[in-house]
Design a protein around this ligand. Structure first.
Ligand SMILES: [Zn+2]
Length: 444
């Protein structure tokens, strides 16, 4: 009785229009499907205030922000009102057929029987042309688009405030990054077939162990884990901090690779000799310093089989009671390719890990000419196992990866790599780690 008396029904209009900006905007009532249209607005470097204003003043059902483009699902009437701002997309909207695809490489998008509405960072929004996509929603990389979304946002349109003032010690460490040495290491790794289940990966494992062991004060160990019938190994270098040894910073990259024909070759120059060589380059530099905090340099295996190495490492942290010590995890996966002169670099994390964005973006602005893009849609790389445990973790990846032609192919060779792309990324990364760890070069 009592319950029934107080029972109230709240009707939520799930398809209501976004109307903000108060008096100047009026909701469009009951638009028919024929009324709707996708429009694209160029938002490159318009700044956070103008971007917010656009979203507020133009009536729309859905907004999709994608780096340089803002896509709105709006009405033809509204589009006509702002015609000078819009490019109308030649795609008939089907609102119930929109899907978000994670890790949306061009090869994947082509296979999906859909039209790409927007793509940025490592995600895309696709409108299905057949029932195929809907049948794929069991897959973790495919989900229905339920609300407005930011696929990726460029730094120029963000209100991230990179107010960090870097020390002279940090500047010295940044200047020690050697792009040539990074590229040579990458080239050497790419001569090895590093398929996780193949015999060649042992050579890469030994190379990582030897390289890290040759560095002063570096304590090197391996972590074995199983992948079905295969035993794989993470290689872990530890540089113990002087005054804050229980503040842990992790720099990680997967050293395994894959291709369409792993018995032939799997050079994985970009994916991910580039990140592995980056991890080793930073290890070489920081081994000459005295960091206040402890820094780990980790080569993960089994990434291509489902992040097996990083999951194993997180399990080890938990089992040994060390999870709480980890203050920041920086993973690098594909840092050396660019498809054009725009050196764009993506930082990918969740809300917690995005606390690391200001440090990295400030570093990028002070020490590089990278164009930074950020996203809060973390997916499918070694940052994810840490994120799932609430550890601040992010992925650094070049922003053109989705158009890298030999991705996961035998053609992923060192001639596709641009030295400046890797070098700039490592300068940014070195600055952030130097600052957080309080590293200083030792007097020689
Ligand atoms: Zn990778």
């Amino acid at each position: 009785m009592l319950f029934r008396r107080f029972l109230t029904v709240v009707l939520v209009a799930s398809t209501s229009f976004t109307i903000a900006g108060g008096a100047q905007s009026e909701p469009v009532s009951n638009p028919t499907k024929d009324d709707l249209v996708f429009v694209k607005i160029d938002i490159n470097a318009i700044g956070p205030t103008k971007l917010a204003n656009l979203k507020r003043t133009i009536i729309h059902r859905l907004s999709i922000e994608a780096d340089m483009d803002l896509i709105l699902l709006t009405t033809k009437t509204e589009a006509a009102k702002h015609a000078e701002k819009f490019l109308v997309l030649d795609i008939e909207p089907k609102e119930d057929q929109l899907f978000v695809i994670q890790k949306a490489h061009e090869d994947v998008l082509e296979s999906l029987e859909g039209e790409t509405i927007a793509k940025a960072g490592r995600s895309a929004v696709v409108q299905a042309k057949s029932p195929y996509l809907k049948q794929l929603t069991w897959h973790p990389a495919v989900s229905k688009l339920e609300a407005s979304i930011v696929l990726a946002r460029q730094l120029a349109n963000d209100d991230i405030r990179g107010v960090t003032k870097f020390s002279q010690d940090t500047s010295n460490i940044v200047e020690a990054v050697n792009g040539q040495r990074w590229q040579e290491t990458l080239g050497h790794l790419a001569t090895m077939n590093r398929f996780s289940r193949g015999p060649g990966i042992q050579n890469a494992q030994r190379y990582l162990e030897q390289t890290l062991s040759s560095l002063p004060a570096m304590h090197v160990s391996t972590q074995a884990f199983t992948m079905g019938a295969t035993t794989a190994y993470n290689v872990i270098g530890k540089l113990t901090g002087t005054t804050r040894p229980d503040d842990w910073i992790i720099i990680g990259a997967h050293y395994d690779s894959i291709s369409q024909s792993t018995t032939t070759s799997a050079p994985g120059a970009e994916d991910n000799a580039s990140g592995t060589a980056g991890m080793l380059e930073l290890a070489r530099i920081f081994a000459e310093t005295r960091p206040e905090a402890t820094i780990f340099f980790i080569g993960f295996s089994g990434e291509e089989q489902g992040l097996k190495g990083s999951y194993a490492h997180v399990a080890k942290l938990i089992a040994e009671g060390n999870k709480g010590k980890v203050k920041a995890v920086f993973t690098m996966d594909m840092i050396g390719y660019t498809s054009d002169t725009d050196l764009d670099c993506l930082l990918e994390s969740d809300r917690r890990g995005s606390a690391l964005f200001p440090m990295l973006t400030a570093a990028a602005q002070q020490y590089t000419n990278l164009r930074i893009v950020t996203t809060l849609n973390p997916f499918g790389s070694d940052h994810v196992p840490y994120i799932e445990e609430g550890i601040p973790s992010l992925l650094v990846i070049e922003n053109d990866w989705n158009s890298y032609p030999p991705y996961h192919k035998t053609g992923d060779t060192p001639d596709n790599i641009t030295l400046a792309m890797g070098e700039q990324t490592l300068r940014m990364q070195a600055a952030a780690v130097a600052q957080i760890s309080g590293a200083k070069f030792t007097v020689k």
